[in-house]
Design a protein around this ligand. Sequence first.
Ligand SMILES: CC(=O)SCCNC(=O)CCNC(=O)[C@H](O)C(C)(C)COP(=O)(O)OP(=O)(O)OC[C@H]1O[C@@H](n2cnc3c(N)ncnc32)[C@H](O)[C@@H]1OP(=O)(O)O
Ligand SMILES: CC(C)C(=O)C(=O)O
Ligand SMILES: [Mg+2]
Length: 506
Amino acid sequence: MSDKVIIFDTTLRDGEQSPGCAMTLAQKRRMAKSLGALGVDVIEAGFAAASPDDFNAVASIAREVKGPTICALARCNDNDIREAARALEEAEKKRIHVFIATSPLHREHKLKMTKEQVIERAINGVKLAKSFVDDVEFSCEDATRTEKDYLAQVVEAAIEAGATTINIPDTVGYTTPTEMFETIDFLKKHVGNIEQAIISTHCHDDLGLAVANSLAAVEAGARQVECTLNGIGERAGNCALEEIVMAIKTRANHYGLDTGVRTEQILPSSRLLSAITGSVVPRNKAIIGDNAFAHASGIHQHGMLSHPETYEIMRPQSIGRVDTSLVLGKHSGRHALVDKVKELGFDAASEDIDRIFADFKNLADRKKHITDADIEALVVGQANTGPWQLAQMQVTSGTGDAIASAAVFIIGPDGSEHREAATGDGPVDAAFRAIERATGMEIHLEGLSVNSISEGIDAQGEAQVRARFAGQSFHGRGTSTDIVAASVSAFMDVINRISRQMAKAS
Ligand SMILES: CC(=O)SCCNC(=O)CCNC(=O)[C@H](O)C(C)(C)COP(=O)(O)OP(=O)(O)OC[C@H]1O[C@@H](n2cnc3c(N)ncnc32)[C@H](O)[C@@H]1OP(=O)(O)O
Ligand SMILES: CC(C)C(=O)C(=O)O
Ligand SMILES: [Mg+2]
């Protein structure tokens, strides 16, 4: 048995059947080229008889995309099969995929056909398809809810009629991995001519088992997996291409198999599909989600810095991602912080890491996303502090006639405690006045500006204060997620620069 698993991509057919995922002709052509670059073996380009647009999509993909086999889906009826054959005319490698439902539910309630009629339609469908192309796939829709003996009969008849691939779909995502293994195993043991065809599987994700069921089919001997990028498809979707491919690659030691997919193209193709369909991939989605190669907790970040395999079973580059990201936040530890400080170009050995780490934890408790600019602000902002320390501050403000006031508690150079309050034109003005009272310094404010230095609603604000004292100009800088606190921090910076200057001069 071959050790290659054929990747049959049905993003443009089953994937497009999911609500919200309809694509224009131009989008399908673009996506098909991306699937070609990804290296899938078969592209199911559409259902040619469904509409003129679907026909044109299949025809243009057949004409333009070289490399993969181009496939078109058809019911077991003459018109569908002829339309599929016509649309595929210009393909370098072509396949017609005919299907009919085999389960009792579908036979009785949907098709209103007997077992014998279904077999007859299957045989006629395969034979007609075979009159146009050599490569014919036959699917027993709802195979996993079909009586096993009958399923084996249909499969045998389809192979006898010329089918070269036999697909066993779990159309409604009902089966389990063990059951799927047993179904494929049963067919291998009870279909006399099974060796003449490649066994395929096509699993839906209604119970979240599509990938697990597909892998079980592969373990039982299936050598084609039908799947879609980002797992899009009817209802809960299909087996996700990126997951099955990376499972086979990452666990080659277990499966002993391979696919022809160029895995570094997975992320670009996945992103293209998301952009085209407008459907956002959840952050925690395996392989392609934003968090799939991101680490936020200190113990994991330390492990990753020590050896990437401690917490990653795949390298991000193997799916086309630039790198792992160590996301700094409230759960991060010192190792990750030091790493970031170094990455930002600072000499970590000469920085007060204890102090930066304490400030970082305080910031992370208030702010969801800590950016590089935040860290930079923490490193730069902690230089040259003192001798005055702002221990506490409270401000009130409001609209209309509300009076802005501020109360501050400041520790002086000699450890003395200074508590003062003041009112002002706004909370910043009130706070500055209270600080002047507490420190006994009268500052002439020349300018105050506040800018956002990181992104998002919880961005860090950077305040710059220009002031004069005893005929000299001073400049102070402060950062915080709170703009009043940033302004006060900048003002305290001015106070401290003045104090240090005075101390030096005396
Ligand atoms: C599991 C799957 O994903 S199957 C693929 C599903 N994809 C699609 O349906 C997308 C494309 N479909 C379409 O555009 C339309 O359904 C068409 C053009 C194919 C058919 O449209 P209509 O002729 O209006 O039929 P409608 O879709 O309402 O009903 C399906 C008909 O096909 C019959 N049918 C269903 N499956 C098959 C089959 N595999 N082989 C033969 N006949 C079938 C049904 O019994 C029903 O027949 P009836 O019209 O004689 O009652
Ligand atoms: C057409 C078939 C293969 C299908 O999509 C299914 O059964 O889910
Ligand atoms: Mg399907």
